[in-house]
Design a protein. Sequence first.
Length: 183
Amino acid sequence: MITFHTVPDAFSPAECSHLIEVARAAPAADAGLVRATTEHNLRRADLVWLDDLPDTDWVMERLIALVARANREVFDFDLTDFAESPQIARYGAEREGHFTWHSDIGEGRLAARRKLTLVTQLSDPGAYQGGTLEVWMNSNLATAPLEPGTAVLFPSFALHRVTPVTEGERFSFTVWAHGAPFR
Ligand SMILES: O=C(O)CCC(=O)C(=O)O
Ligand SMILES: [Fe+2]
């Protein structure tokens, strides 16, 4: 199985900047993990949920099309729904924003049904240092491309992390597709 599937230009640079601005304007919640625990050594990020942002129907439509196509062409998972709001995360250097090694499949009612993860880079690579998204699969460690608007998709069970941001800030956009748990 490939480490991740890349979709260049999933969003245009203008769309990425727009999403960052809309997220900035919204009140952020501190990033909790699955089951709403807040363990800052695991993850330090500010989160905004797409469902709370105005005029973002077009984003969900885009995501549905991207996931449907990638699933048809690459993954062939049994996906049934998008049970959780997509999330815009900001990792800032002021507290070394990061997310340590984890799998997105958790024990919560919704997290247990996550099957496919899609992460889109929103920030220009010049806006930050560190903050690389790494995915580990099949003895391969792969680093997600940095271009804003590039999406990577991987099975939600794959281990991945975001290394600490040491300068500036990085915004990313994550959505999960759900279905009956793997068996
Ligand atoms: O920000 C990223 O690149 C990854 C986010 C992530 O792993 C998550 O929200 O589960
Ligand atoms: Fe994750």
